[in-house]
Ligand binder design. Sequence first.
Ligand SMILES: [Ca+2]
Ligand SMILES: [Ca+2]
Ligand SMILES: [Ca+2]
Ligand SMILES: [Ca+2]
Length: 433
Amino acid sequence: MRRRLSISLLALALGVSLLPLAVSAEMGPNGIYPMVFPIQSGAYNITDSFGDPRGGHLHEGVDIMTYGVKGLPVVAAAGGTVGWMANQQGGNCCAMQIEHDDGWATRYIHLNNDTQNPDGSYSDDGLGWGFAPGIGPGVRVEAGQVIGYVGDSGNAESIAPHLHFELRGPDGVAVDPYPSLKAAELAPLAVPPCPEGEICDTVAFQETGGRFVLWEELVFNAALTSFYYGNPGDVPFSGDWDCDGVETPGLYRRSDGYVYLRNSNSQGVADISFFFGNPGDYPLAGDFDDNGCDTVSIYRPGEQRFYVINDLGSNDGGLGAADYSFLFGNPGDKPFVGDFNADGVDTVGLHRESSGLVYFRNSNTTGIADSQFIYGDPGDMLVAGDWDGNGTDTIGVYRRSNGIFYLRNSNTQGNADAAFHAGTYAGVIALLP
Ligand SMILES: [Ca+2]
Ligand SMILES: [Ca+2]
Ligand SMILES: [Ca+2]
Ligand SMILES: [Ca+2]
């Protein structure tokens, strides 16, 4: 039996804090500083050696070991200007600091100081030069620009060549760069999967406290916007409720079938609320009739039945009967929606979280799956979106165990086409902001 929320309960549910919110442009969520990995070619190995005791002091960086190889190019982890450089030949040759535009800094220590021979080997003579041409104090550098070369200068003469890499906050204090380096490894130079000029879906993550964090591009160092909407435990989804081409969040309260829709990606109360379905149903949102407007339908797991409706409700009212329903799927599987064949009509799919099985239909009718394959690991959360702007929705998974979002540009089994470290969240939605 359905019941309406009282006004006060509704206010409590949706009238959350009105504090202005912004995710820091400097340090991303989960302690990840957005940067590119400082070595972009050649083999390396890193372990988290930050804070290890080193000859009377604590190690203030992470050593990126290069398996005995000198001369690998070192790139700036972020855009900024060259700060100090130590270039006295012999003793301290070839260490530098890049001062980032946001006040943070990175240090690159033990750059090469040896002479390269005609055969490519290095004489361990301390007479070489480990800075890239044109690099000097005050010079502007961009993220990914080559600034120097790996070596064994300074107190690394007696050990293997490596890059000692430090990350320092605006206060000058070294912070452990290891999580940021691991995140940067996933996205060399952070190339977004959306080609220049295309219109592509992105994702927003839902925090346990009800805040959404929207990634403007699908790269770990994307600009972020965040806003509070809804209550912990509400199931998030997204759609274009007002047919303006912008997709915004909706929430479904599975305990009572209440739908709360918002028409902007900003903090505030629901613009549209109504109820549809029964306790325990799952929400689905999409354009099931290709009229340019998304509506909210439901999947009833106990019946394995989809109930589709092409209208939205209003004013906390009930929506009435579905336009049509059909059977599809197996008990326990979770529904998702997408236009998997680029014909303009959204259809339904199901994801078996226990095994990673994905299967979907290209029409909203009963029948066997038009496609099925395995993607991701058990426990991953699945969403579908048009990540590359070609009109076809494909799969992406958010892996809560490591905070990484993996996406694929075809609905087939295989490795991710792109991935980025996002951090720890409770849920994820795909949307076209
Ligand atoms: Ca809209
Ligand atoms: Ca529609
Ligand atoms: Ca379709
Ligand atoms: Ca696509």
